[in-house]
Design a protein around this ligand. Structure first.
Ligand code: NAG
Ligand code: NAG
Ligand code: NAG
Ligand code: NAG
Ligand code: NAG
Ligand code: NAG
Length: 293
């Protein structure tokens, strides 16, 4: 009797594991799918483990994994979009001709930053199965732009604020500032990355430096393998124009003062000689004659 009980347990276990094997094998990519902002993305989902079936017996549900909100639903041989999350409307579709061959992939058009997250693919036909996958959104940053200020009124020894700006990227980038010798200046940097209404970042970096060297700003975004670098050399040229201007002004003032002084001296000399001429005209004529001879 005990032997019989054990035998029946074995039989039950055998059927249990067999029925588990029959459940649908649903597969999605293991690593996150990277979708380019604004472009169309395919969220791959394939299923196997079913024999021939009619399309009318198939149900496919794409959901947001955390909220369970509907992204795209399909049953009774057609799309069922009445409960679809608003922000996905007109942007999703299945490859309907591929469904019978086990391809339940979702096409998501015009990808937005808000689309980033985990998606679950449920498939039911005879039995059911599901799998979840991550989608990451990426957008390349604009070309780096390095600016500095204040450009005017800059004297040697003044601090310079260098800004390194890149627009419209996602996700946030890593930024590294270096001086000409390759030293890490990250502790001198204030980084602010602000997102616009579309969720794309602009990276503004400000570094306070002595105006004497070459500084480079490097931005990297591992998701897109994006690397960009820009450098600026703050030479004496930047420092000198204001100084030269002051020198010119000072020189001009000196010259003017000199001329005024000279004029004053000359006028006095002329006046003196005129008075002398009035006092003793003959002497002057005699001297003039003397000069001619
Ligand atoms: C989707 O699956 C197909 C076929 O397995 C593969 O060629 C393609 O690279 C996959 N696409 C993505 C975004 O994973
Ligand atoms: C499903 O079909 C679409 C369209 O042909 C294709 O782009 C995608 O890679 C397929 N996915 C799989 C997992 O086969
Ligand atoms: C598919 O549906 C047709 C008619 O509805 C039926 O005759 C056929 O047996 C079904 N095939 C399978 C594999 O269920
Ligand atoms: C979807 O497309 C239909 C028809 O083209 C349009 O009437 C509707 O406003 C669109 N919905 C959204 C949210 O864009
Ligand atoms: C630069 O310095 C900062 C902190 O001072 C540090 O977090 C960062 O890892 C350094 N980067 C490199 C490439 O050395
Ligand atoms: C970085 O900042 C510190 C203090 O704020 C300053 O002493 C140092 O000179 C700065 N380094 C450079 C290269 O400007």
């Amino acid at each position: 009797s005990e032997l019989y009980n054990m035998f029946s347990l074995f039989i039950k276990l055998f059927y249990l594991t067999r029925s588990m094997k029959v459940s649908l094998d649903v597969r999605v990519p293991e690593s996150p799918a990277v979708a380019l902002f604004g472009s169309d993305a395919v969220l791959n989902c394939s299923f196997s483990g079913v024999s021939e079936f009619n399309l009318s017996d198939l149900s496919v549900f794409w959901q947001l994994s955390d909220t369970k909100r509907a992204v795209h639903s399909f049953w009774q041989s057609r799309d069922q979009l009445s409960d679809q999350e608003e922000r996905f409307s007109n942007r999703t579709s299945l490859f309907q001709d591929q469904l019978v061959s086990g391809n339940a992939s979702l096409l998501l058009r015009r990808v937005r930053v808000a689309d980033e997250g985990s998606y679950s693919c449920f498939v039911r036909v005879q039995t059911y199965g599901s799998a979840a996958m991550l989608m990451q959104v990426a957008a390349p940053f604009s070309k780096l732009l390095v600016t500095w200020g204040p450009e005017s009124a800059l004297k040697p020894g003044d601090a310079v604020a260098l800004s390194c700006v890149a627009y419209g990227g996602y996700p946030e980038a890593e930024v590294l500032w270096q001086d000409g010798a390759g030293h890490n200046l990250t502790h001198n940097v204030t980084v602010s990355q602000v997102a616009n209404e579309e969720g794309l970042f602009s990276s503004v970096l400000t570094v306070i430096l002595e105006p004497s060297s070459t500084y480079s700003c490097r931005l990297s975004q591992p998701l897109l393998g994006e690397e960009a670098q820009a450098s600026v050399t703050i030479t004496q040229g930047l420092v000198f124009p204001p100084l030269a201007l002051w020198l010119t002004v000072a020189l001009a003032v000196c010259l003017l003062a000199l001329l005024v002084a000279l004029a004053a001296v000359c006028r006095r000399k002329i006046r003196e000689s005129c008075e002398e001429m009035r006092r003793q005209p003959p002497a002057l004529s005699r001297e003039a004659n003397k000069e001619v001879t």
